[in-house]
Design a protein around this ligand. Structure first.
Ligand code: HEC
Ligand code: HEC
Length: 190
């Protein structure tokens, strides 16, 4: 199965030794492109996620998923297809060092309703009490609302499956209106 193969590849990536000193060259050659789309922590591009606050482990998991085609994303698949295991590790280490995204202006749905909704669906049991994520879990706090919305709709439509099936089931329990409310709430948490 795709997810199991993905886990095996990741295991090999994490456990394998760095092959040579110039191992990061492939990443350094494309780093400017990463910044052009994602910014340096805080994304200003529509539907492109901010990378600040993301753990290196989750970042590596996603980069491997893009490269193997397990996660859709044209630009990400094309870029990672040219990168070695060590390039991906270097990219993940760079991401882990980026500052978390800034708090944007309050959104329209940033009320107690959305907070209660997040509690009802126990989003914080996995994403952390303050939604800052964890080793294998992405942060949601101050992520771009349009990206959060897109990600949730992708899980809901099974266009994105994730390393575990959890998010598909969770997103399928949400209405589109609830997705909007949650995305806006999480993006604008003070
Ligand atoms: C042309 C724009 C573009 C470039 C260049 C680009 N990205 Fe991306 N990246 C995206 C988009 C769009 C997504 C979201 C894909 C999706 O889920 O639809 C993404 C997703 C990601 C994610 C997953 C984040 C998450 O929260 O799950 C990581 C990690 C990432 N990119 C790292 C990189 C790195 C490292 C580079 C440089 C090697 C890079 N990106 C270059 C557009 C870009
Ligand atoms: C059982 C644990 C769990 C729960 C509960 C959970 N999530 Fe997740 N979530 C995950 C995992 C694991 C991922 C990463 C999936 C992957 O590998 O792509 C994720 C990914 C996401 C993403 C994609 C973020 C990104 O950077 O790409 C969003 C958005 C998200 N979750 C929102 C929510 C919301 C909103 C709730 C509550 C309605 C919720 N999650 C509840 C485990 C959980």
């Amino acid at each position: 199965m795709a997810s199991r193969a993905g886990a095996a590849v990741l295991g090999a990536l994490l456990l394998g030794p760095m092959q040579h000193a110039s191992a990061q060259e492939g990443f350094l050659a494309v780093q400017e492109q990463c910044v052009a789309c994602h910014g340096s922590g805080d994304s200003t591009t529509a539907e492109v996620p901010s990378l600040g606050g993301i753990d290196s482990y989750y970042a590596l998991l996603q980069l491997v998923a893009f490269r193997s085609g397990n996660r859709a994303g044209d630009a990400m698949q094309a870029l990672t297809s040219e990168m070695t295991d060590n390039d991906l590790r270097a990219a993940a280490a760079w991401i882990a060092g980026l500052p978390p995204p800034q708090v944007p202006a309050p959104g329209t749905g940033a009320g107690s309703d959305a907070g209660a909704l997040a509690q009802d669906h126990r989003c914080n049991t996995c994403h952390g009490a303050d939604f800052r994520g964890g080793k294998q879990i992405p942060p949601l706090r101050n992520q771009r609302a349009d990206y959060l919305r897109k990600a949730l709709l992708d899980f809901r439509a099974e266009r994105r499956l994730g390393s575990r099936a959890a998010m598909v089931e969770i997103a399928q329990a949400l209405t589109e209106e609830e997705v909007d409310l949650l995305a806006d709430y999480l993006a604008t948490l003070p």
